[in-house]
Ligand binder design. Structure first.
Ligand code: PLP
Length: 401
């Protein structure tokens, strides 16, 4: 398999500024097709939903198209795609709706690996309902989240297990299918954070056993829009807070206020873009997405091997995480420099990386690096290339004392 990264890079206008965008884990750039889809929606004219005129019908079509696209990306049905401003907002919304059915003494399981957006909403909802929180721990030496521990964490009082499909700092991909199977065996629901994972490989939410699968389009070449995908029957059973005058249908019941219609057009264009990453992929969009994301993942991991080997060879660099299954995401510190100083040094050399806890709040606390500024994150995505990785490695090498 060969991945034509030059072809892919040419699709992204922002990459022309000469910077190495190794900050994809915090948000990707967008291809021209996404920019055009958003501009096109505004150019054509859009209106609010339910009107008697064509611009309103165009917005309705955009929403429907967007739901189909997200369903194709993660493997769901359009009627189960809840759209919203971002994953965090949607997770709070779902946590509140789910927790309404919890009794004192019920239990929720969260993980120390997760982004705080898949931790805090559950902790706060549990506190309100008198529910007990159980923690799945990370093996700090490897960055793995051992699935075996879930057998002992779930029980007949467990109502929900929240877990990440991939860590946004260590890249760890836990065995989500095994974790969800343990949750289901105990009769619990599962809420899987796919915000980082969905950008880096094929997703099959049903195969994972995710009752809810959360994702954010800005991590996979789309605009700032979040989505949670679930079985419509499951959504039907929940009663989120909503206006008396807004739709009581599913999934609209979960969507508050007016949607960013033009951005939703961009989300669908982003899924089409992902489906086309491997031009040899054929068939319905769902199949092309799966094939293309597999090709992108293989490419990213090949490039990541170069990045990792380069960093591992530097004795002034400490790397965190060495999970067996991971995304192309490196998290490291440099001796004698704060993570911010490293990021500033690299920025001056035209390399964009992140410094800090990146909201992996519990994990950076457990690693005892949070108070010192946590670490530097360099994350690859399908538009990064070897020259960018080399530039990063040269920049980090310069920091040897
Ligand atoms: C793994 C993970 N989960 C959740 C989030 C939060 O997503 P959003 O910004 O859409 O609220 C992020 C954002 O960085 C993330 O990387």
């Amino acid at each position: 398999m060969s991945f034509d990264v030059e072809r892919v890079r040419a699709l992204y206008p922002a990459l022309d500024d000469g910077y190495a965008y190794l900050d994809a884990a915090a948000g990707t750039q967008v291809p021209r097709t996404v920019i055009e889809a958003i501009a096109g929606a505004y150019r054509d004219g859009i209106g609010n939903l339910g009107g008697a005129f064509p611009a309103s019908a165009r917005s309705e079509a955009i929403v429907a198209t967007c739901r189909r696209a997200v369903a194709d990306l993660v493997g769901g049905v359009p009627e189960g795609v809840v759209l919203g401003p971002n994953m965090t907002t949607l997770t709070y919304r779902l946590a509140n709706a789910l927790a309404a059915g919890w009794e004192p003494g019920d239990e929720v399981v969260v993980s120390r690996l997760d982004h705080d957006a898949n931790v805090r909403p559950w902790l706060q909802a549990a506190a309100r309902r008198g529910a007990v929180v159980r923690w799945a721990e990370v093996d700090l030496a490897t960055g793995e989240l051992p699935a075996g521990q879930y057998e002992g964490l779930v029980g007949e009082r467990t109502r929900l297990v929240a877990v990440s499909a991939a860590s946004n700092v260590l890249g760890t991909r836990p065995d989500v299918a095994a974790i969800c199977a343990a949750a289901h065996a105990a009769g619990a629901l599962t809420y899987v954070d796919g915000v980082h994972a969905a950008a880096h490989g094929p997703v099959d939410a049903a195969a994972l056993g995710a009752d809810f699968y959360a994702t954010s389009a800005y991590k996979w070449s789309g605009p700032h829009v979040g989505a949670v995908v679930a079985d419509p029957d499951l959504l039907e059973a929940l009663r989120p807070d909503k206006l008396a005058s807004s739709s009581d249908l599913v999934p609209e019941r979960f969507e508050q206020g007016t949607a960013p219609f033009a951005d939703l057009a961009g989300v669908a264009a982003a899924v089409d873009h992902l489906a086309g990453l491997d031009p040899a992929a054929v068939g319905p969009r769902r199949e092309r997405v799966l094939a293309s994301m597999a090709a992108a993942e293989a490419y990213e991991l090949e490039l990541f091997a170069v990045l990792l080997a380069g960093l591992e060879a530097m004795d002034h660099v400490t790397l965190y995480g060495q999970a067996k299954r991971r995304t192309a995401t490196a998290y490291f510190t440099v001796a004698g420099r704060t993570p911010r100083e490293v990021a500033e040094h690299l920025a001056a050399r035209g390399v964009n990386v992140w410094n800090g806890h990146n909201y992996a709040w519990e994990l950076t606390g457990a690693l005892a690096i949070r108070d010192a500024g946590s670490a530097v994150r360099a994350g690859l995505v399908h538009y990064n290339d070897r020259a960018e990785v080399d530039r990063l490695l040269e920049g980090v090498a310069e920091l040897r004392r």
